[in-house]
Unconditional design. Structure first.
Length: 262
């Protein structure tokens, strides 16, 4: 019998797509959860908390492959340490990171406040790399869902303040999920090629297209943000134009996710 797969972040945007794909491949799937949940659709939920370490060792017992998808705004390095300490007997650890994790310097307080996620992800990558557990790390560009969340938030304001010169190359979360499952079913491969969306857009254009789709009118105010992190992002550190292998565009995503105004 094949050893089970354990998924952290299995109820998040990415995890909700990864888990059924693993199940459809015939895998035995466990999902790490901070609270008890009843099994559903062949998935077992095991209680564990990466922030405290409670239950994590028991959750990894007998597991062959771990997919670590539980990213957050802070604490990723510590959570990765907790996981790898408990997963010493695991055959394969698959980690999802972000394009630019190694290229966005987070130095100042402004950098940390606005773009600390990049440093947190790079620190977690290093934990995985040095864990002694065979590993695979995939860096992906921003999900469509994240851009949508940002655009919705800005659209609630009378004026949309958008960082000037910032670009994004959004990718469909389902395409990332499919790639992760393919990697998880294979052998450990270290740092694999980036996965990026099919098109690069300025952030203000992404916001404008959202406003047009939902039938709202808002002026856009360009805002220049100081700091080395923002400078790197303006230079394209979060982009991977040579790896634009995604197929679903931002326009495609909006058409399927949002109702067209009458």
């Amino acid at each position: 019998m094949t050893a089970p797969f354990l998924v952290t972040g299995g109820t998040g945007t990415l995890g909700r797509l990864v888990v059924p794909l693993l199940r459809s491949s015939g895998a035995d799937v466990r999902v790490l959860s901070r609270r008890a949940r009843s099994p559903e659709d062949g998935v077992t939920y095991v209680v564990g908390d990466l922030a405290t370490g409670a239950g994590v060792a028991a959750a990894t017992e007998g597991v062959g492959t771990v997919l670590h998808l539980a990213g957050s705004a802070k604490g990723d390095e510590e959570k990765a340490r907790t996981l790898v300490a408990a997963a010493s007997g695991v055959r394969h650890l698959v980690f999802i990171s972000v394009v630019g994790a190694d290229r966005v310097p987070v130095v100042s307080a402004i950098d940390r406040a606005m773009f600390g996620y990049y440093a947190s992800q790079r620190a977690a990558e290093r934990v995985v790399e040095g864990s002694g557990v065979p590993w695979t790390t995939l860096r992906a560009t921003q999900f469509h869902d994240l851009i949508l969340m940002v655009a919705r938030g800005l659209a609630r304001l009378p004026v949309c303040p958008v960082p000037s010169g910032l670009r994004a190359q959004p990718i469909d979360a389902g395409e990332v999920a499919a790639r992760l499952v393919s990697l998880a079913l294979g052998e450990p491969a270290g740092l694999v090629p980036d996965l990026a969306g099919p098109e690069v857009h300025s952030l203000d254009d992404l916001v404008r297209s959202y406003l047009h789709t939902v039938g709202k009118r808002r002026p856009i105010l360009p805002v220049r943000i100081p700091g080395q992190a923002f400078q790197a992002l303006r230079a394209g550190a979060n982009l991977a134009p040579d790896h634009a292998t995604g197929h679903i565009t931002w326009t495609d995503f909006l058409a399927t996710r949002l109702p067209t105004p009458h």
